[in-house]
Write a protein that binds this ligand. Structure first.
Ligand code: DCP
Ligand code: CA
Ligand code: CA
Length: 359
């Protein structure tokens, strides 16, 4: 059976999330910063939206340099990783049901095997359109999708058109797709390897595919030489593997900012059925319980407690309540805007002994 693999990557992920939640900045250049806190502007740019990229601002750049390139419209924001994780989790949940197997590859991307569900590239394109629509409607975000006969081609196809792109490369189109590809653009060929190959006058995928395996082996070692040459030919047999979640979390905004334990705890309670459902579906147990607090100044804190491995969400709620009570004691005068609850250190498939086992 032919394999059909989708790769989905969200567009300027952190920046798009911020634009969505702060409508007043939409349309402006937006730069998301990881401030290191040493001086006001020390730290690095996590990402920039496409408007800011036009000014030459990009991921990894010192904030100081980004400030120099910015215009008067440019908005600089501190990053809020808890919130981005939450959006990411929700999106992965939304699209998981659209494919046979989902492998989350990073906070904003996933491989999806749709071989069975689609059966043809035409149907896979329809699935891709649906995924885009779901993410747009439910989360107000755009993504780019590549479709190919394997993960390598899907990932590289997805990069061809961004933002909001959809690129399909069928098996019979792989050779033409790869032929002129500069080797540094081949996914999985690092900078060092690319330089090494350039020294051998290997510039394109085609050069690499046609070069002598013997010489490559001398330079790269046996396994790597073969792997690199496979990549150059667009060959990749690695399966899409469902990764098990390491944590389950939910967040909720309070009806209004509050420092009243009963009000806040009841908002937390409202999330427990969702968490219970997920734990049951995954047949998981957990050992760590955390609360995430976001106050009215949008400052985020996380507090955790370790308990003994369990699947009992009531134990998580009790731990969460005591963590919340401590937070309130230690943050007098502050009010909470959003709260989250998270269980982590998950284990799978090892059912806890229940009373029945002892009878
Ligand atoms: N990220 C980061 N530091 C980097 C690169 C990325 O913190 N050096 C974060 C911010 C990004 C997110 O990871 O929003 C996803 O990374 P991507 O490489 O997918 O970049 P974007 O989603 O921001 O942009 P694109 O539209 O090019 O995918
Ligand atoms: Ca992205
Ligand atoms: Ca990405």
């Amino acid at each position: 059976m032919q394999r059909i693999i989708l790769h989905m990557d969200l567009d300027s992920f952190y920046a798009s999330i911020e634009e969505k939640r702060k409508p007043e900045i939409a349309g402006k250049p937006v730069v998301i910063c990881v401030f290191s806190g040493r001086t006001a502007d020390s730290g690095a740019v996590a990402t920039a939206n496409y408007k800011a990229r036009e000014l030459g601002i990009k991921s990894g750049m010192p904030i100081m340099l980004a400030r120099k390139r910015a215009n008067s419209e440019t908005v600089f924001l501190a990053y809020d990783i808890e919130f981005y994780r939450e959006v990411s989790d929700r999106i992965m949940d939304l699209i998981e049901t659209e494919c046979d197997i989902l492998e989350q590859a990073s906070i904003d991307e996933a491989y999806m095997d749709v071989s069975l569900k689609a059966g043809s590239f035409e149907n896979a394109a329809r699935i891709a359109e649906r995924i885009k629509e779901i993410i747009r409607e439910q989360e107000g975000l755009t993504c780019s999708i590549g479709i190919g006969p394997n993960k390598l081609i899907a990932k590289m196809a997805g990069k061809m058109k961004k933002p909001d792109g959809l690129t399909i490369v069928r098996e019979r189109e792989v050779a033409a797709f790869m032929e002129k590809m500069p080797i540094e653009k081949i996914h999985g060929i690092g900078k060092k390897t690319a330089e090494l190959l350039n020294d051998l006058d290997i510039k394109t995928a085609d050069d690499l595919a046609k070069s002598s395996l013997l010489i490559l082996e001398q330079r790269l070692g046996k396994n790597k030489a073969r792997l690199m040459q496979d990549k150059a030919r667009g060959i990749d047999d690695s399966p899409v593997e469902q990764r098990v979640a390491q944590q389950i979390s939910r967040m909720k905004t309070l009806a209004e900012d509050s420092d009243d334990i009963e009000t806040i705890y009841s908002t937390m309670r409202a999330m427990s059925p969702d968490i219970r459902k997920k734990i049951q579906k995954k047949q998981a147990t957990f050992r760590t319980v955390s609360i995430i607090t976001i106050d009215s100044k949008l400052e985020t804190q996380t507090r955790s407690e370790t308990i003994s491995q369990t699947d009992d969400v009531e134990l998580a709620m009790a731990a969460a309540r005591s963590l919340l009570s401590k937070w309130l004691d230690e943050n007098k005068g502050r009010k909470l805007r959003r709260v989250g609850i998270r269980v982590s250190n998950l284990e799978y498939g090892r059912k806890q002994k229940s009373l029945g086992d002892f009878l």
